[in-house]
Write a protein that binds this ligand. Structure first.
Ligand code: ADE
Ligand code: ZN
Length: 344
């Protein structure tokens, strides 16, 4: 997909990105080889061929298998560094990055190893590219509450590195209410809170994430549109949604990108951001997601600039950084479109 010059240079923030989902086939095979980990595919083209998913669970089965190559601090550093090198040329100024510690500790990799590698990667991103970041630890919702609570206790020892907590993995049958006590404890400890909801799960899960987990953003949220009362509440509270169009298409959340609900979401007055989720698996990073919405839904440059503005407004950044980035965005939009960007 070719990305327009406007989108390429548009300053933006990425707010929904799983670092394990940035593991490109080339790096995965290289790490598998140096760690002597067996994979069911031997070449990059075999890997790409395997990336056909009928639904979220199909994807997760392959995703957890792929990340099993990650064993050492260097592996997590190389992964994170490669992500920052990619987004630096996509004009991402700030990135909020999910990681899934239980997917690593569950196979014997120490929490400290994961954190040390990612921390070095975040430092690299700032020092090399000037990209600010936040790290958000996700609980695997297919595991039980006790496992999540124990993971939260471990995270308290890394309080300065981990900014927030989230909730991901298989959604159906694992409602937010299952983790209400974990999120209460996380909020009490001062973590920012977000959760995947309404990707495959029903609108009730979005409502639970808001009412019981008290999330500050909803990750995905597509199925909230099925409940007009819920949409009205999300509009009223201005809780942002981190929407991931290419992910939605690859996982069958939408039948095709032409039927993606992003325009309906904007028209309803929801606070929408565009993000990439697991770009190495879904065929595009953040700019390809912006471009897809322009190509398939006709979202114009003005509206995309409004979405970029939302990404800065919805980010967990300090006031000074936000002002700096909004000023850069306003200048960019004034130069290219002749008017300031409006919140969408
Ligand atoms: N983990 C990585 N990507 C995910 C997604 N799209 N939904 C739920 N869990 C995930
Ligand atoms: Zn996600």
């Amino acid at each position: 997909m070719s990305v327009s010059a406007f989108i390429q240079s548009l300053p933006k923030a990425e707010l929904h990105l799983h670092i394990e989902g940035t593991l490109e086939p080339e790096l995965m095979l290289a790490i598998a080889s140096r760690n002597a980990v067996e994979l069911p595919f031997g070449t990059v083209s075999q890997v790409r061929q395997a990336y056909q998913f009928g639904n979220l669970q199909d994807f997760l089965d392959i995703y957890y298998r792929c990340m099993s190559v990650l064993l050492t601090e260097k592996d997590f550093f190389d992964l994170t560094r490669a992500y920052f090198d990619r987004i630096a040329v996509q004009s991402v100024r700030h990135a909020e990055i999910f990681f899934d510690p239980q997917a690593h500790t569950g196979r014997g990799v120490a929490f400290n190893t994961v954190c040390a590698g990612i921390r070095r990667g975040l430092d690299y991103g700032f020092e090399r590219h000037g990209i600010t970041s936040r790290l958000i630890m996700c609980f695997l919702r297919h595991l039980d509450e006790a496992d999540a609570m124990a993971t939260l206790e471990t995270a308290l020892r890394h309080r300065s590195l981990i900014y927030g907590v989230g909730l991901d993995s298989g959604e159906l049958g694992n409602p937010p209410s299952k983790f209400a006590r974990v999120f209460t404890r996380a909020r009490a400890a001062g973590f920012a809170v977000v959760a995947h909801a309404g990707e495959e799960g029903p609108p009730e899960y979005v409502r639970e994430a808001v009412d019981m987990l008290r999330v500050q953003r909803i990750d995905h949220g597509n199925r909230a549109l099925e409940d007009s009362g819920l949409v009205a509440e999300l509009v009223e509270s201005q809780i942002p949604l981190t929407v991931c169009p290419l992910s939605n298409q690859k996982l069958g959340v939408v039948a095709c990108l032409e039927r993606h609900p992003l325009r309906n979401m904007l028209d309803a007055g929801l606070v929408i951001t565009i993000n990439s989720d697991d770009p190495a698996f879904f065929g595009g990073y953040i700019n390809e997601n912006y471009q897809a919405m322009q190509d398939r839904l006709g979202i114009d440059d003005h509206a995309l600039a409004g979405i970029a503005r939302n990404s800065f407004d919805a980010a967990f950044m300090d006031a000074q950084r936000r002002e700096e980035l909004l000023a850069e965005l306003d200048e960019y939009v004034a130069d290219h479109l002749g008017t300031p960007s409006a919140a969408t």
